[in-house]
Design a protein around this ligand. Structure first.
Ligand SMILES: [Zn+2]
Length: 157
């Protein structure tokens, strides 16, 4: 597959889509930590790897921290810089009882399940004003549909 390397960051040029960004799901980390209030010891850390077309394109190291609030320190390189922000987790009562852990968006403080990397920072979908690709595709389809319909109805006259 030629030209893969030159296109893998192509999403930066287009309007960002959720599916194109690196996504971190709070549930993934919470599961690693033990959902029972993060009692699992030693606290785990690890590596999250994103791959596309069988090739690893991004790696993020993470470790659990607790400075009064539980959080995850993420270490990654973006735009030539080594970054290690801490993103806090915030509990919210579940409808079925117990707690569900959400990210606290570093930018707006909103409770959310997924954060997305754009440029150098992780923030929520609202902050990044991301659109879902499926919505864009649905839109494209709609245009195609009406064009086709227009041609069809004209040819029948
Ligand atoms: Zn936000």
């Amino acid at each position: 597959m030629g030209g893969y390397g030159s296109t893998r960051w192509g999403w930066r040029r287009r309007k960002s889509c959720v599916e194109d960004c690196l996504t971190i799901d709070s549930y993934y980390f919470v599961r690693q930590l033990g959902e029972d209030g993060f009692q699992r010891k030693p606290h785990p850390g690890g590596m999250v790897v994103w791959s596309r077309g069988g090739q690893v394109h991004s790696t993020i190291w993470w470790s659990y921290i607790n400075d009064g609030r539980p959080g995850i320190r993420l270490s990654y390189m973006a735009q030539g810089k080594n970054l290690a922000p801490v993103i806090y987790l915030t509990p919210y009562p579940c409808t079925f009882g117990g707690l569900r852990w959400y990210w606290c968006c570093p930018s707006c403080g909103r409770r959310c399940l997924c954060l997305y990397l754009e440029h150098q920072d992780f923030c929520c979908r609202k902050c990044l004003n991301l659109t879902y690709r499926s919505a864009q595709e649905a839109h494209k389809y709609e245009h195609g549909f009406w064009r086709k319909w227009g041609l069809h109805s004209r040819s029948r006259k």
